[in-house]
Design a protein around this ligand. Structure first.
Ligand code: A2P
Length: 275
């Protein structure tokens, strides 16, 4: 099985599907990571805040895979915003993961009221030059935050990782990212355990392609040029989530799935402007 990659604006490639690791903890992560790598996952998404980087690193070592074959993303959040706090934050991540570099480092949340994401980004630019991180990006940034960043800095984020599923399509955010050369990565693409996967429209399309609703949702991401990072701790579902590259959806099917958008957006404290 070949997993396609998407080119980022710094010329590097990101595998078009990755394994989400929230809310895995250190104890559970190693076995899940080994299973995912054996199934074919080459892109793993973690974060300082998840508290599982040691377990993720252990799993990578247990798998025996060559580090260079993997694409590892991590994120630093509020604790490492401002000043040069991200320098120590990244070193801590590298130590926990047991790796010399990460492929992608993200600002986990903009936290606009703190007014520190611009200076944090300038630190990220230096970290990229240091070689400890290959690509730099952001997460949970709205177009206004990206506009602000663009006005004050020189490097456009390679990716913006946002919550995105058929019920939360964020077409305006995706269009903004695309227009500015930013790859959109979808977190909780499967609806995070909600009843999304029981939806009748998805069931009908799934039956037509002899696939599961989860596979249809992930394939919808691929058709839209998005990079989904589904989380699963289950061997069968991990394999299922990768088995999406032998079929395609019609434009009408993509539109029908996009029409499931409810206009709602899960409110997460740090996602609220002004928090
Ligand atoms: P599990 O880890 O037991 O597989 P999201 O990535 O949108 O946050 O969704 C994660 C949730 O979806 C988890 O509860 C995960 O449970 C479940 N999940 C992951 N893959 C599948 C799948 N292929 N089919 C059904 N549920 C899935």
């Amino acid at each position: 099985m070949t997993i396609p990659s998407v080119q980022m604006n710094d010329g590097r490639m990101i595998p078009q599907i990755g394994l989400g690791t929230w809310p895995l903890k250190d104890d559970d992560a190693p076995a899940v990571i080994v299973t995912a790598i054996e199934a074919g996952f080459r892109h793993i998404d973690t974060a300082f805040r998840y508290g599982n980087q040691k377990g993720v690193g252990q799993g990578i070592r247990d798998s025996g895979i060559d580090r260079a074959a993997l694409f590892i993303t991590t994120k630093l959040d509020g604790e490492h915003q401002g000043g040069d706090k991200a320098v120590a934050g990244l070193d801590d991540c590298l130590r926990q993961l047991g790796t010399e570099y990460v492929d992608l480092l993200l600002i986990h949340w903009p936290i606009p009221a703190r007014g520190e994401f611009v200076s944090t980004w300038q630190t990220y630019e230096r970290l990229q030059a240091s070689g400890k991180v290959r690509s730099i990006g952001v997460s949970n940034f709205k177009p206004a935050h990206l506009e602000h960043l663009a006005a004050q800095t020189n490097v456009v984020p390679a990716t913006n990782q946002i919550q995105l599923s058929p019920r939360i399509t964020r077409t305006d955010h995706v269009a903004y990212d695309a227009a500015h050369g930013i790859v959109t990565v979808s977190w909780s693409p499967l609806g995070q355990g909600s009843d999304l996967l029981q939806d009748g429209v998805l069931a009908k399309i799934a039956a037509r392609h002899d696939k599961t609703p989860a596979q249809i949702v992930l394939r919808w991401n691929i058709e839209l040029g998005l990079v989904p990072i589904p989380k699963s701790a289950n061997k069968q579902r991990i394999a299922e989530n990768l088995d999406i590259f032998d079929f395609g959806l019609s434009a009408a099917e993509v539109a029908a799935i996009s029409a499931l958008d409810t206009g709602a957006e899960k409110r997460v404290d740090s996602d609220v402007d002004g928090h």
